[in-house]
Ligand binder design. Structure first.
Ligand code: NAD
Ligand code: UFG
Length: 339
């Protein structure tokens, strides 16, 4: 298939490009590089020995979208382009609604104009909010606790209404749990611009000596060791879920949400111990209070993705930490000045 990948130069998008090309799909990237660098696509081209058409532009720019649609004529779109910092979303709600909701609206209009009928959407487990029960299945009530989660849920609803109104359209809503890890080549990985918000990149920067200690946000949760538990998923497994979703979209219509996680969950202490095993280094920690908006535990019931799309995560926790360490050690400054 010809697949337009918005946000394809980002962390999850770049890994997905490789998996798509490995399965014979043709890819085109639209990215505004607000959280990425063109160096990523240079590396994807080298790793794949394949062709990546790319356009620089914003998903909110209708003219740019028309240009891309006309030039590439995609059969389907994978829509990664968006903003993802939970804390920032509370400080800049209109920006988050603009990029994540209006951006998706702009893309759907352009797809309609071009007659493109299939979209795979990057949603998030944050759409569920405080757990009524765990593991979350897709029927769990949706009640996001952050602006970020609200924008993902609003986009899901818009996509669902779009498919209801137009027979022949498909929206696969992938609710990611916590993506971590890096490509086995050590050439692609997560490269946060400022102080990392997320646990794994922060631990990796402590291990490599860029930061002194990990701050553990709360040890008084109702979990076995008191720290927050999450369902971490290797980014390559997540990338493969997009290939499975494309195959699913070929012979299914309508909108359907899928949890994309492993079904296991690990605490902050578990993650530190696993990273110490992978890196052979000690990760100093210091304790702080709970981070606002955090919940004790998130865990996916990912059985729908297995039953209906034939997708299942295969990487272990040690694969996640070892690949993160290998990436961080080989690229201590991320994509800048590394060669
Ligand atoms: P990322 O920031 O690495 O990738 C997003 C990409 O989109 C970047 O390359 C960025 O430059 C681009 N972009 C941002 N705004 C754009 C715009 N207006 N027009 C064009 N391009 C734009 O993030 P990621 O971790 O790869 O996440 C990809 C998607 O998955 C996002 O939609 C995110 O909300 C969602 N998601 C991420 C996580 C996570 O923890 N990483 C979890 C759940 C969902
Ligand atoms: N944590 C720390 N110290 C840190 C960072 C995190 O103790 O420096 C803890 C958190 O309190 C939490 C766990 O590590 O218990 C995981 O936190 P992350 O920030 O890595 O991940 P979140 O679960 O908060 O959120 C992430 C992404 C969201 C995404 C969600 C999906 O930030 O975009 O996973 O589950 F939607």
């Amino acid at each position: 298939m010809r697949v337009l990948v918005t946000g394809g130069a980002g962390y999850i998008g770049s890994h997905t490009l490789l998996e798509l090309m490995a399965q014979g799909h043709e890819v085109c990237v639209l990215d505004n590089y607000s959280n990425a660098t063109p160096e990523v696509l240079t590396r994807v081209r080298t790793l794949s020995n394949g062709q990546v058409t790319d356009f620089t532009g914003d998903v909110r720019d209708a003219n740019k979208l028309d240009e891309v649609m006309q030039a590439f004529q995609p059969d389907a779109v994978i829509h990664f382009a968006g903003l993802k910092a939970v804390g920032e979303s509370t400080e800049k709600p209109l920006l988050y609604y603009d990029v994540n909701v209006a951006g998706t609206l702009s893309l759907l209009h352009a797809m309609d104009r071009a007659g493109c009928k299939k979209i795979i959407f990057s949603s998030s487990a944050t759409v569920y909010g405080d757990p009524v029960y765990l593991p979350y299945d897709e029927a769990h009530p949706t009640n996001p606790t952050s602006v970020y989660g609200q924008t993902k849920l609003a986009a899901e609803k818009m996509l669902t209404a779009w498919t209801s109104a137009q027979p022949g359209t498909t929206a696969v809503l992938l609710r990611y749990f916590n993506p971590v890890g890096a490509h086995a080549s050590t050439r692609l990985g997560e490269d946060p611009k400022d102080v990392p918000n997320n646990l794994m990149p922060f631990i990796a920067q402590v291990a490599v000596g860029k930061r002194e200690a990990l701050t553990v946000f709360g040890e008084d949760y109702d979990t076995p060791d008191g720290t927050g538990k999450r369902d971490y998923i290797h980014v390559v497994d997540l990338a493969r879920a997009h290939v499975a979703a494309l195959n699913y979209a070929v012979d299914h219509e309508g909108a359907r949400p899928f949890n994309i996680g492993t079904g296991d969950s690990y605490s902050v202490r578990d993650m530190v111990a696993a990273f110490e095993r992978a890196s052979g280094r000690t990760i100093p920690t210091k304790l702080a209070g709970r981070r606002a908006g955090d919940i004790a535990e998130m865990q996916a019931n990912a059985s729908r993705a297995q039953t209906e799309m034939g997708w299942k995560a295969t990487h272990t926790l040690d694969d996640m930490t070892a690949s993160t360490w290998a990436w961080q050690a080989a690229n201590p400054n991320g994509y800048i000045n590394t060669d």
